[in-house]
Ligand binder design. Structure first.
Ligand SMILES: C[S@@+](CC[C@H](N)C(=O)[O-])C[C@H]1O[C@@H](n2cnc3c(N)ncnc32)[C@H](O)[C@@H]1O
Length: 307
């Protein structure tokens, strides 16, 4: 752990020398900071900063971070969580899109953190390729793109053993939903492929500045011991096919979906029979295990054929 990282938790760097988790605990402090730096908040980046030290503590402890382990933080903003993370590790990479906020982060944390500048969706693959993978990922995610970020991490199989995200409650409800439930969606099946998803808590708008109109939830994704390795492209395509139309049967959804460009209808019927999948059921009733058995059976058909 670099020595500089060890000094940072007490905020010996920067001019806003306030202690530990009380950093940015009032809207007045945040307003003053933004004014001093001449920064206007940008709605499109979902910039709502966490004020409440109790929620910060809860979110950080949900991460179960082993001391010194490598962490990625998505969207650190003005460092509401970053500071607490640095108390636990000196190996912290943060991804931030806003140049004004990046200036603040540099001022506050100096070389104690590694900052990847730009859109996370464009930078995370190269970052993963060019350095060791994180053991934890955390993020209070922007409302507009949080689900795309999580979906991309799952599809690239880059989620570590534990990840903790704060997002819009409706999105969290979809991640947690079970077959047949009203929130069950393709996104539920994507998130549940390699992870068990659990809710840590809800967070009301008053815990943030500026306060969002919606309630947020904190969720933890824990990697399943039986998480399948490798790309799993057929699984993701099947999941999206099965939810093409909620009213249609799996058969009808699959017939017009993306898997059809890789496998004949005959192969799909055979795979369904082999894996015990009833194609007469609605797509939205299938569990993660059922879809996975189906796509595993499908991959046994040696060369995917277009029909
Ligand atoms: C909800 S704020 C969270 C800020 C801070 N982590 C907190 O808890 O107070 C979301 C943060 O994500 C950043 N952000 C938005 N879109 C991004 C993207 N595509 N890539 C990287 N950062 C992004 C925003 O600038 C903002 O700092």
């Amino acid at each position: 752990m670099p020595a500089s990282a060890l000094q940072c938790p007490n905020l010996t760097v920067g001019r806003h020398g306030v202690s530990d988790l009380n950093l940015w605990d009032s809207k007045q402090k945040i307003r003053a900071l933004l004014e001093e730096k001449g920064i206007q908040l940008k709605k499109r980046f979902g910039q709502n900063f966490l004020l409440d030290p109790n929620h910060r503590r809860r979110i950080l402890s949900a991460l179960e971070l082993p001391a010194g382990a490598k962490v990625w933080e998505i969207g650190p903003g003005i460092g509401s969580l970053t500071h607490g993370l640095l108390e636990m590790t000196g190996d912290l990479t943060v991804f931030e899109i806003d140049h004004g906020l990046i200036r603040i982060l540099k001022d506050l944390f100096g070389s104690s953190i590694s900052i990847v500048e730009g859109d996370f969706l464009r930078t995370f693959r190269d970052t993963a390729r060019n350095s060791s993978l994180p053991r934890r990922i955390i993020g209070n995610l922007p409302y507009s793109s949080g689900s795309v970020m999580i979906g991309s991490l799952v599809e690239e199989d880059l989620l570590p053993d534990v990840a903790v995200f704060t997002l819009q409650k409706e999105v969290a409800d979809r991640m947690l939903a079970q077959p047949g439930g009203k929130d069950y969606s393709a996104f539920s099946l994507v998130c549940q492929l390699r992870n068990r998803v659990e809710k840590i808590c809800d967070v009301g708008g008053a815990a943030f500045f500026p306060p969002p109109q919606v309630v947020s939830s904190v969720v933890r994704l824990r990697r399943r011991p039986d998480a399948p390795e490798g790309p799993q492209q057929d699984y993701f395509t099947a999941v999206h096919d099965l939810f093409r139309s909620r009213r249609k049967t799996a058969a009808n959804n699959l017939k017009g979906g993306g898997l059809k460009s890789r496998y004949s209808w005959e192969s799909m019927k055979n795979a369904a029979e082999l894996s015990g999948l009833d194609l007469g059921r609605r797509g939205e009733t299938f569990s993660r295990d059922e879809v996975l058995s189906f796509t595993r059976a499908l991959s046994d058909f040696q060369s995917p054929e277009a029909s």
